[in-house]
Write a protein that binds this ligand. Structure first.
Ligand code: ADP
Ligand code: MG
Length: 727
């Protein structure tokens, strides 16, 4: 074993689980560091409290005087909990989170010191934001953007800083972050879903989207990560021969969580409790050293914030446990990658789940309305939904015969398929009142029982109905959920808007009764959106062919997938639903392409470096040993050495071949990279995708071959078996 690998592994052997103090019950910790309803009731005047609650529930404005009051109370609360700084916490378009800390402490006249924080500081800030990506919205010389308080996501304290969730917008009003479009989409959804809910209950006043994410990740000892420049710089391994034992025994899934990982999880969960992130489940995943953590679902905006926060907290806690969390979708070739299932549903403000069938036929009609409209929305916008999860790293999962394919389809299970088929076929033409009653009793009435024992699970579907929610499974583990959630909620809002128009029209022009009109429209939707429903194996080649026949998109790469974002249809859709303007869309498109290009550029450089500066020199050292050995054999055995040293001679030749190949390929790749760097936007991304990236696997192939030949004592890069099975 090489000295680098040896030292790294020695480091890991020294580790013992970090002791986590678990003195208190989780439930008493929950939300302790959050300025939540309880804290607000304690610290705010009644008027201020009501004003904030109104803003949360009905989106009303909080006036300046009240904001001042809230700020002072929030500050008092935070200082009482040991906070010294505050920050506007936001999600710029880098996908990460951003914060700039300011102290509460201020000096007045250079002497008197006091803690200060007023409404102005709470409500609005101007971070020097010139280095956040803006896709051309702001030129750097007019770099002003501002962050504005989002009262629907409560402030929290993390590491002595009061963090105030905010949106981030340009002075001209364009969104520069992930949260603003999401809030607009959720608002639009609320309007149109509530309008549809009024068919079933006149008193419906608000609909929330709910999100429960499941975060998958790998946990690798940080000493091992430091020994691998590829993991360190790109979050994944760019080379490495597969381990003799991988995940084939399935002995990791739901297995006993190793002690060190367990103590990491315990501390993480405790941090989550304090921050009000309701994490509930943790378990081993399919691949070795792969895990999952999932919370109880929440209102979508809050859930998105909580996921972003969790990802930050995870890295920090991991550091204390000498781990590195890999959020990359595909850190290791040949074993499972990681996703972030987005479980999504709609709920009324009284908590009733609109995607859960009820006890009465009317409630089930409501269920069917939202169920079928969602399917229709996905059908009409499958390509946009695919674009929402496109990234350089997620490309390694989608379309790579692993996690859900790049083709979007909806799985609903055999029983619900039967219900929809029956609804579609039971009436040729319009429903008569008699048929309607039969339908209700025979079909609709059965739904609750059907779903109770609905154990159908199709793990290969990118978008599956799982009893009382849809599970968008194709989202990548590294992604910010805001992107896919913005698209999903926008398309469902738009679909519900159309639905209402069509139903109202039938009621008015054909004098149909309300539920009859609803049935008629739904029946047409079932027919129209049938092509998106797929119950079979999503990984199979047959599905690709079938999907093509059905006219579904199959965009396997990010540059290809992103194109639809700037199509006229998308621009019109976002404009109509008040989610994003053309400028905002184009900016995001540009940023996404640039991010893709940069990631591939970094990977290509790192791969060039590792293969030529680590792999090739090591192979040469080993080859020299073989040459020396052969020479010695010749000296002793004379002409007979050719037979005696046959293996060595062959190996010398093979090593030479691989070295030659690697060098030639790296030169070619660098050449293509240069060409790509001269381009911009889509052209550059395309060039990286089609001309640079194909070299990755080719170069890797030769490096991995060398790994199997070269003396283990010399090999400098920590091997797959060490990365995956060191616990
Ligand atoms: P799995 O998919 O791994 O079998 P579950 O089905 O139990 O796990 O739940 C997965 C996630 O779905 C959890 O995070 C849970 O909070 C979430 N979830 C459950 N109900 C809803 C809902 N109505 N809306 C959104 N998410 C939900
Ligand atoms: Mg799941």
């Amino acid at each position: 074993m090489s000295i680098i690998r040896f030292n790294a592994l020695q480091e890991t052997l020294k580790r013992t689980p970090v002791k986590v103090n678990q003195s208190e019950k989780r439930s008493t910790l929950f939300g302790r560091n959050v300025f939540n309803k309880n804290a607000m009731q304690q610290y705010l005047t009644r008027t201020a409290y009501e004003s904030v609650m109104n803003a949360i529930e009905h989106g009303t404005r909080i006036d300046r005087k009240i904001a001042d009051q809230v700020a002072v109370s929030m500050k008092d609360w935070a200082i009482a909990k040991g906070a010294t700084h505050y920050t506007h916490w936001f999600q710029p378009l880098t996908g990460a989170t951003a914060e700039k800390h300011d102290a509460f402490f201020e000096s007045i006249n250079g002497s008197l010191a006091m803690e200060k924080f007023d409404g102005e500081q709470l409500v609005q800030q101007e971070p020097d934001a010139s280095s956040f990506p803006n896709g051309g919205i702001r030129n750097t010389f007019e770099a002003r953007g501002y962050t504005a308080w989002d009262p629907t996501s409560p402030a929290f304290i993390y590491e002595t800083t009061l963090c105030i969730p905010t949106i981030f917008v340009a002075y001209t009003g364009e969104a520069l972050d992930n949260k603003t479009p999401l809030l607009r989409a959720l608002h639009s959804l609320d309007i149109h879903a509530t309008a549809v809910c009024k068919y079933f209950d006149k008193n419906s006043s608000k609909v929330n989207a709910t999100l429960g994410w499941e975060q998958e990740f790998f946990l690798i000892d940080d000493a091992l990560v430091l020994s691998r420049p590829d993991i360190q710089l790109t979050g994944r391994t760019l080379l490495g021969h597969s381990s003799a034992k991988g995940q084939q025994l399935d002995d990791h899934y739901f297995g006993i969580i190793p002690a060190r990982a367990m103590s990491f999880m315990q501390e993480l969960e405790e941090e989550c409790m304090l921050l009000g992130i309701p994490v509930k489940t943790r378990h081993n995943e399919v691949a070795p050293n792969q895990f999952e953590i999932a919370p109880i679902f929440e209102e979508a905006n809050l859930a998105v914030d909580h996921n972003s926060l969790l990802m930050d907290v995870m890295q920090k806690v991991a550091k204390r446990h000498n781990f590195r969390v890999l959020f990359h979708e595909k850190p290791f070739a040949g074993i499972n990658g990681s996703g972030k299932h987005n479980n999504w549903s709609l709920s009324l403000d009284n908590g009733i789940n609109l995607l859960s069938p009820g006890k009465t036929p009317m409630k089930n009609l409501q269920f069917l309305t939202f169920f079928i409209n969602t399917i229709k929305a996905v059908y009409e916008n499958e390509e946009l939904l695919r674009a929402s999860i496109a990234s350089a790293s997620n490309d390694f999962r989608l379309g790579a015969n692993e996690a859900p394919p790049a083709i979007i389809s909806v799985f609903i299970g055999s029983q619900l398929s039967a219900v929809l088929d029956e609804l579609e076929n039971v009436t040729k033409g319009k429903l008569s009142p008699q048929e309607k009653t039969d339908l209700k009793l025979n079909i609709i009435g059965k739904i609750p029982e059907i779903l109770l024992d609905n154990t159908d699970r199709n793990r290969t579907s990118p978008f599956a109905f799982t009893g009382n929610k849809f599970e968008f499974r194709a989202v990548g583990s590294l992604a910010n959920c805001a992107g896919p959630m913005t698209v999903l909620n926008t398309i469902v809002a738009k679909q519900l808007k159309e639905f209402k128009i069509e139903v109202d029209k039938l009621i008015e022009t054909k004098s149909l009764k309300k539920d009859e009109a609803i049935f008629n429209v739904l029946r047409e939707y079932i027919k129209e959106s049938k092509q998106i429903r797929f119950e079979g194996d999503g990984y199979a080649e047959a599905w690709e062919k079938e999907a093509k026949k059905r006219g579904l998109s199959n965009n396997k790469t990010t540059p290809e997938a992103l194109k639809v974002i700037v199509s006229k249809a998308t621009i019109d859709l976002y404009k109509e639903m008040d989610v994003m303007s053309k400028v905002e869309i184009e900016a995001r498109y540009e940023i996404k392409l640039e991010e893709y290009t940069k990631r591939l550029q970094i990977e290509s450089r790192v791969l060039g470096d590792i293969s030529r500066n680590h792999v090739v020199p090591t192979a040469i050292i080993y080859q020299n040993t073989l040459l020396e050995n052969t020479k010695n054999l010749k000296e002793i055995f004379g002409g007979a050495y050719k037979t005696i040293a046959k293996e060595q001679i062959e190996l010398i030749m093979t090593i030479s071949n691989h070295i030659t190949e690697i060098n030639a390929l790296v030169i070619k790749m660098t050449d293509e990279r240069r060409k790509a760097n001269k381009q911009t936007g889509l052209k550059s991304a395309d060039q990286y995708c089609n001309k640079v990236k194909p070299f990755f696997d080719q170069i890797r192939y030769h490096c991995d071959k060398l790994e199997t030949m070269v003396d283990d004592n010399l090999w400098p890069l920590t091997k797959y078996r060490e990365l995956l099975f060191t616990k």
